[in-house]
Write a new protein. Structure first.
Length: 326
């Protein structure tokens, strides 16, 4: 991983979704604070893992980075270009350098299109290739992701979940992107297939030199593929550090609880480990707690946690945290 070139910089990013309260003429608008003032950087050639419980805002971050959702406020700098200020026609040119692998391989492929037309769709929009050139490129991409190049005229229903996800990966790679956002690309696949898809992603990264943002629930898989990890909770970043630092020396109480849930293959170690069970449910992002977002479930919360929001700061070189007591 190259630590010198920043490919992506996210500064104070917010994404609020307005909701109607259902009361006629009620002027007071309410918002779902899906992403609430987060900052991080992604370096060229690395894999940044994004983890947290369901509903913490991981997918919203992923989609906002690619401008599929326009942010409420904040900056997204991709290779020095501020995406939040770009008009749609300029954004289209940048989009060829940023692609996404979607979560559900069953829903993200059009059942009426052949595999060839699905993978060549980005080429139709962004390039002037001839029909033969496109066909060659599609066959090359199918081979790259471990599928038979003769499958171009088949339809998605003829493939298994793992094969469909490979087709989705081939489509994302069609334009040789610099950044690929993987939005839980393995969560809907069988466990035996998950490892194959993750190994494929790693192999492609080594071969093509891409940068990944890898959104996932599976903490052991994130450790396997990521260089650094961002831990999110209720729209905010709780901790960001190198993967080994996060797994071996977590500092934030929420990160500690998450890591205590990761299965250990050694039964002796597993028995001696202390599990941290968090009480209560995640609060609503419509009405997050005052002070620290995690205060309602935190085992070490004090008065200050219910009054003041902790400052997101650098604890040690490259290790960032938002907690009053660390």
């Amino acid at each position: 991983m190259s630590q010198n070139k920043r490919l992506l910089q996210v500064k104070n990013l917010k994404k609020y979704f307005p909701i109607s309260s259902g009361v006629l003429f009620n002027r007071q608008k309410r918002y779902v604070k899906a992403v609430d003032d987060i900052s991080f950087e992604v370096y060229d050639g690395e894999t940044l893992g994004l983890v947290g419980e369901t509903g913490c805002g991981k997918t919203t971050v992923a989609r906002t980075l690619l401008q599929l959702y326009r942010p409420t406020s904040g900056q997204i700098l991709f290779d020095g270009i501020n995406l939040t200020e770009l008009p749609e026609n300029e954004m289209r040119k940048i989009r060829s350098r940023m692609q996404m692998i979607f979560q559900d391989p069953y829903a993200s492929l059009n059942p009426r299109m052949t595999v060839g037309s699905i993978i060549s769709a980005p080429l139709d929009v962004h390039t002037q290739m001839s029909r033969n050139e496109k066909r060659e490129k599609v066959q090359e991409l199918l081979q790259l992701v471990g599928l038979n190049p003769d499958f171009v005229n088949r339809y998605p229903h003829e493939f298994s979940g793992g094969q469909r996800q490979r087709i989705g990966i081939a489509r994302a790679l069609a334009l040789n992107p610099d950044l690929v956002v993987c939005d839980e690309p393995i969560s809907s696949l069988d466990v035996s297939i998950q490892a194959q898809v993750v190994n494929l992603l790693e192999e492609l990264q080594n071969r093509l030199g891409m940068t990944y943002i890898f959104v996932a629930h599976d903490l052991s898989m994130v450790r396997h593929i990521s260089d650094r990890i961002v831990v999110m909770y209720l729209g905010k970043v709780m901790e960001l550090a190198d993967r080994n630092e996060i797994y071996l020396r977590p500092q934030h109480p929420y990160t500690k609880a998450l890591m205590s849930a990761v299965p250990i293959p050694n039964p002796k170690k597993a028995r001696s480990r202390q599990r941290i069970i968090l009480q209560g449910d995640i609060p609503s992002p419509i009405n997050p707690p005052k002070g620290c977002n995690f205060n309602t479930r935190c085992p070490i919360a004090q008065d200050i946690c219910f009054k003041e929001e902790p400052v997101y700061r650098e604890l040690a070189l490259g290790h960032f945290i938002a907690c009053h007591f660390v």
